[in-house]
Design a protein around this ligand. Structure first.
Ligand code: DGL
Length: 268
């Protein structure tokens, strides 16, 4: 049994899709979340910048003596390979678990990946998928505008504009017959109801935040790092810019009010 917290980070609100899964499937775990709200988005930046942001995020979480660190960010998981390789704690990113789930889900070996520009450009999901099954065709589409839709809470299933934007991004890969789509940026699971209605029920969506939490659960259990099941997990949230909308949108994404748990962490 290990009482130390799990550290989770993202460029902003997207990683709350992983937090949502922790609250549901690992309710006994304490978490420390960091959202780099001052520097979001990461996905349109250079690899050097993403590496350096990731190093800051990891260094911040390491101060909490975390037993596991999770990059709940597709961009960091895909691009910041040097920063990740220096992490001393057990680490979970979102690319490997999502790629594995997608390979298991596809029936026609055609997988779509929706992610940020930096993630698609890195080819990380394609490499990971084809390591498992080289027959799978991977069709990536970078969808940077979707990050803003989530950061602005335009996630309602009936939101006509969000739906049209999603349709515009997805039409080319749907026309090529993908039967499985990885939501390769942790912001995107928050848009899952709209994405699913654009794709139709025959397409399986893979939520990378959820898959990462399932991997974390397995690591904690196998290595004796899980917390006492009787413990009621706590959560602390840190942001690099205390934008008023963080707590407000977090409420809409998580369904709970976290406003009294959010603190500012200044970036040097
Ligand atoms: N949530 C992030 C990801 O998973 C990044 C969005 C962004 O900052 O561009 O890629």
């Amino acid at each position: 049994m290990d009482k130390r917290p799990i550290g989770i980070f993202d460029s902003g609100l997207g990683g709350l899709s992983a937090v949502k899964a922790v609250l549901k499937y690992l309710p006994e775990e304490d978490i420390v979340y960091f959202g780099d709200t001052q520097r979001v988005p990461y996905g349109s930046r250079s690899a050097e910048t993403i590496e350096s942001y990731a190093k800051d995020d990891i260094a911040f979480l390491e101060k909490f003596d975390c037993k596991l660190i999770m990059a709940a960010c597709g961009t960091v998981s895909s691009v910041a390979v040097n920063a990740i390789s220096e992490i001393k704690e057990p680490f979970v990113g979102v690319v490997k678990p999502a790629a594995k789930a997608a390979v298991n889900a596809t029936r026609n070996n055609k997988i779509g990946v929706m992610a940020t520009w930096a993630t698609i450009n890195s080819g990380a999901y394609t490499k990971e998928i084809q390591k498992t099954n080289s027959d799978v065709e991977v069709l990536g589409v970078s969808c940077p505008v979707l990050v803003s839709l989530v950061e602005n809470d335009w996630i309602d299933e009936d939101d006509y504009i969000s739906r049209e934007i999603i349709k515009r991004y997805l039409t080319p890969i749907l026309e090529q017959g993908v039967d499985t789509i990885i939501l390769g940026c942790t912001h995107f699971p928050h848009l899952a109801p709209i994405i699913q209605s654009v794709c139709g029920d025959n397409v399986t969506l893979i939520d990378n935040g959820f898959e990462a939490v399932m991997e974390a659960k397995e690591i904690l259990e196998k290595s004796g790092l899980a917390n006492d099941k009787e413990h009621k997990g706590t959560a602390q949230y840190f942001v690099s810019d205390k934008t008023q909308n963080f707590s407000m949108i977090a409420k809409s994404l998580l369904g709970i009010d976290i406003s009294n748990k959010v603190s500012l962490k200044e970036i040097k």
